[in-house]
Design a protein around this ligand. Structure first.
Ligand SMILES: *Cc1c(COP(=O)(O)O)cnc(C)c1O
Length: 340
């Protein structure tokens, strides 16, 4: 298959199924990083005793490159994603190449895969990945001495094929998605820890995701931040260590005042949640889906309609405002885009 056939295939398949034919890679051993390189996409060769397989020393990032109408390509908030990767690596005691090297690797692999950036509404999704590779099954309580950092790129279609569908989300008031300290790490282990709870809710209640709200504190879902929206405000939980500091969340909060919304970063108690959704809107934010409307929340297994149960007008307005910046159709006032 040539690249354009691969791209049309990627637009049909679920998010992340098609990878471009190149990757960037660098290794850490004996206390130093090798030279980085862009090479053909290929399986990795690792010891079965590698730290990551036993002790889950792994974290990642997810960001997008957008193709504008004039054909040029632009990464969205690359610097913010690199900073967050540094934070995740720190929490996992993993070495990370200097940020300038990470940046060069991303830039180089994207430039080598320029043809793989689809037209709007498709994007090129970038997946930097850091793993501990030291072969030692006895290293349960010590950091991996060796590491591997690589960057995958994947052409992706519109997350919502066939239009936006209001999501159905179960509110879980008794479980944590992960530990209170690790919420802010984009670590693979957080996802595996939450999987059982999400699978159970999916099979028992037919929901798309779970909104974790332990201790009367509405936090986030398995893979996206949670926002309450109405005609004049956006309400979301203030940053703390319990949840992932989404860059989409931050971008929406930054641009919201420009289009007439007041930003409230305040604790969302369960009472506040149930009061809000009687009239207002609720949505999930993240790089993959941008801003996804919630139509129904399940409270103790009982369906509660959010607003009118459809796609909220304010949710759409905020979503479009961010998409317009990413596509170069509104001015990039905050210098979020970098031409590659
Ligand atoms: C990646 C992620 C998000 C969204 O972050 P963005 O930077 O907006 O993509 C939210 N919650 C979790 C748990 C995540 O892993």
């Amino acid at each position: 298959m040539n690249v354009s056939e691969q791209l049309s295939r990627a637009m049909q398949l679920p998010f992340g199924k098609v990878l471009a034919d190149k990757m960037a890679i660098i290794e850490f051993s004996d206390g130093t990083w090798s030279n980085h390189r862009v090479q053909p996409l290929a399986p990795l060769s690792l010891s079965p005793a590698a730290h990551v397989f036993h002790y889950a020393s792994a974290c990642f990032e997810g960001l997008k490159v957008h193709r504008w109408k004039d054909g040029s390509i632009h990464a969205f908030r690359l610097g913010s994603h690199l900073k967050r990767l540094q934070n995740s690596a720190n929490l996992l005691c993993l070495p990370l190449p200097p940020l300038e090297t990470c940046r060069a690797m991303i830039t180089e692999v994207v430039q080598a895969c320029r043809d793989w950036v689809p037209d709007n509404p498709g994007t090129l999704y970038i997946r930097p990945t850091l793993i501990g590779t030291e072969p030692s099954i006895g290293s349960a309580s010590s950091p991996s001495k060796d590491a591997l950092f690589y960057v995958l790129v994947s052409p992706v279609g519109d997350y919502f094929k066939g239009g936006l569908r209001p999501l159905r989300i179960a509110v879980d008031t008794s479980h944590w998605r992960t530990s209170p300290e690790f919420g802010r790490a984009k670590a693979g282990a957080n996802y595996s820890a939450a999987l059982k709870m999400i699978q159970q809710a999916k099979s028992q209640m037919g929901v798309d995701q779970v909104l974790f709200a332990p201790n009367d504190d509405v936090q986030e879902t398995g893979a996206a931040n949670f926002l309450l929206i109405n005609d004049d405000s956006i309400l979301t939980k203030p940053l703390d260590t319990t949840f992932l500091h989404g860059i989409t969340r931050d971008s929406l909060l930054t641009l919201a005042p420009d289009i007439g919304y007041q930003v409230l970063e305040e604790k969302i108690t369960l009472d506040r949640l149930w009061n809000w959704v009687g009239q207002g809107e609720a949505a999930l934010s993240g790089t993959a889906a941008v801003l996804a409307p919630i139509g129904t929340l399940l409270r103790d297994g009982q369906a509660v309609t959010v607003g009118d149960g459809g796609v909220g007008a304010n949710t759409m307005k905020l979503r479009q405002a961010l998409l317009n910046i990413q596509k170069g159709e509104s001015p990039d006032r905050y210098h979020w885009l970098e031409r590659l």
